[in-house]
Write a protein that binds this ligand. Structure first.
Ligand SMILES: *[C@@H]1O[C@H](CO)[C@@H](O)[C@H](O)[C@H]1NC(C)=O
Ligand SMILES: *[C@@H]1O[C@H](CO)[C@@H](O)[C@H](O)[C@H]1NC(C)=O
Ligand SMILES: *[C@@H]1O[C@H](CO)[C@@H](O)[C@H](O)[C@H]1NC(C)=O
Ligand SMILES: *[C@@H]1O[C@H](CO)[C@@H](O)[C@H](O)[C@H]1NC(C)=O
Ligand SMILES: *[C@@H]1O[C@H](CO)[C@@H](O)[C@H](O)[C@H]1NC(C)=O
Length: 485
């Protein structure tokens, strides 16, 4: 473990020194936010920090589960997470990227209801959370820092006033208490960091929080002063619980029997409750969801992706697991997740992204603006997002003047393919694929794959380390042709 960290750090230094030869991506004031789970093995030194404005480290949910020594405070595990957080903050800050600590999530929200309801618990919880923002005064080499020097808190209570994971406590007073908690966090942050604004955000559902009647709040304006923005999770719209198969992340509403939730619906619903558009970051998935259909979807109307299914997710990509979560046993079941990286390595290995490997068929749903796949041999249907559907979501976010766009999760991408598309949020005009992209430089080294350059009126990305090779569309060349600007 130690050796690995040292080796990675050494490689990281070499890359960090070489990178300044590449012009950085233009930043527009819009946010590109990546949720990142460092314990899944993605090396931090492989981040192209120029493509993010914020990285949300998920999750500091220790120890908000019942049965923990103190279930009402948050902290990280120094041995496993400490070195990664330090590296992420150091590299992020060196590249002008804000690093935010996410707290809660599906499994880490067990005790939020109890914390928020009790002024004494709130105070103690806030004191524990502030450690993520404070500087470490014990010196860089201390094993147990007293501060992590992060830039904000992403307080992901899933969900106030609504049941989330089965281990959570929920109460109809949750949302009112959540507001108190957030107000107290805001006050404490402003007190401690009067000139260095720290952000408060939250990952929220396509509907606002539940009020005391159990329905979504019709007016959320009281929350505007406490949040810098909210991250609306427009994914998991259809899953094993749904009546029919359907898109994981529709841009526009699906027709019945699909469920009528989408990016458009989410933005409409939140803004109708008084939430400003420029405080919304639109959520996108870097993963697809599999179902087992009970009909052959290849012999039905190819324009509809709504079919009856078994209600039990099959095993999706190689990393999909049916392990139960130790701290909250919801039963052993697969999720049906296919990361974009796994889809690219196993199904859409052809760079056209429209011709799957044998056995699969690929379709495009022009209503929800999402692609889907079907494999007849085991009736597996997969809804997913590709650069085309992502690009339409980014256009939507730009058109509506949203704060930005985010993904769950950073490490699920394939060679920054989707992340690169999300960076179109920075574009200022309609035909924006090359907006802000520098010209090819014959003497510069392009180190990380996926760097964009403009040459001869076309957009190119490098497939590997290259210097001095003129972009051309040959199969063996270092440069991939991404079409005209
Ligand atoms: C911290 O550790 C590094 C590497 O082990 C060492 O080079 C440096 O001198 C140490 N700094 C302090 C202040 O002890
Ligand atoms: C909700 O709050 C009200 C008053 O603030 C209190 O009377 C009631 O007991 C609370 N309900 C729950 C479920 O905590
Ligand atoms: C998890 O999946 C494996 C492989 O499909 C299966 O053998 C195992 O029984 C499953 N575990 C549980 C607890 O269902
Ligand atoms: C897809 O929908 C758009 C409008 O959203 C329309 O302009 C376009 O013609 C449609 N394409 C097809 C192939 O139906
Ligand atoms: C091209 O790259 C070289 C080497 O990194 C650098 O010195 C030079 O300034 C770059 N030229 C332009 C026009 O960016």
């Amino acid at each position: 473990m130690k050796i690995t960290t040292v080796v990675l750090a050494a490689i990281g230094v070499a890359v960090a020194l070489a990178v300044p030869t590449i012009p950085p991506t233009t930043k527009s004031g819009k946010a590109v936010i990546g949720y990142f789970e460092p314990l899944h093995g993605f090396p931090i030194d492989q981040f192209d920090f120029s493509k993010y404005t914020h990285i949300n480290y998920e999750f500091a949910f220790g120890a908000m589960w019942k049965g923990a020594p103190d279930p009402y405070v948050v902290y990280v595990d120094y041995a496993t997470e400490g070195p990664k957080i330090k590296e992420l903050v150091r590299r992020g800050h060196a590249n002008g990227v804000k690093i935010i600590m996410s707290i809660g999530g599906w499994y880490g929200s067990q005790t939020f209801s109890e914390v928020a309801a009790d002024p004494v618990k709130r105070k103690k919880w806030i004191e524990s959370a502030m450690a993520f923002l404070r500087p470490n005064t014990l010196g860089d080499n201390t094993t147990i820092p007293n501060g992590w020097n992060m830039d904000g808190l992403d307080i992901d209570w899933e969900f106030p006033g609504r049941p989330g994971a089965i281990c959570n406590t929920a109460s109809l007073n949750d949302t009112a208490n959540y507001l108190l908690l957030l107000q107290e966090v805001r006050t404490q942050m402003d007190l401690e960091f009067p000139t260095n604004h720290k952000t408060i955000t939250s990952a929220v559902s396509v509907f606002p929080w539940a009020g005391t009647d159990g329905n979504s709040l019709a007016n959320v304006q009281a929350f505007i002063p406490v949040f810098d923005w909210v991250n609306i999770m427009v994914y998991d719209v259809h899953g094993p619980w749904s009546t029919s198969t359907g898109p994981n992340a529709p841009l526009y509403n699906a027709p019945a029997p699909g469920d009528p939730f989408s990016a458009q619906q989410a933005v409409d619903t939140w803004t109708a409750a008084g939430w400003p558009k420029d405080k919304i970051a639109l959520g996108t998935p870097f993963y697809g969801r599999a179902f087992t259909a009970t009909v052959n979807m290849n012999t039905r109307d190819p324009a509809t992706q709504y079919a009856p299914h078994t209600g039990v997710a099959p095993k999706g990509g190689p990393s999909d697991s049916n392990a139960t979560f130790a701290l909250c046993d919801e039963g052993a079941q697969y999720w049906g997740f296919w990361n974009w990286g796994e889809i690219r390595e196993q199904i859409l290995i052809d760079d056209s992204l429209t011709v799957p490997v044998a056995g699969w068929k690929r379709y495009w749903d022009n209503t929800t603006k999402t692609p889907w796949l079907f494999r007849e041999s085991d009736s597996m249907y997969v809804s997913y997002d590709d650069p085309t559907s992502m690009s339409l979501k980014v256009d939507f976010a730009r058109l509506h003047g949203l704060k930005g766009i985010f993904m769950w999760e950073a490490q699920m991408d394939y060679k920054d393919e989707l992340l690169t598309v999300l960076n179109q949020i920075h574009c200022s005009n309609a035909a924006c694929v090359c907006d802000g992209v520098g010209s090819w430089n014959s003497t510069a080294a392009y180190i990380e794959p996926g760097r964009k350059v403009v040459y001869n009126g076309r957009l190119w990305t490098n497939k590997w380390w290259t210097r001095g090779e003129t972009p051309s569309g040959t199969e063996w060349g270092a440069w991939k042709d991404n079409g005209v600007c």
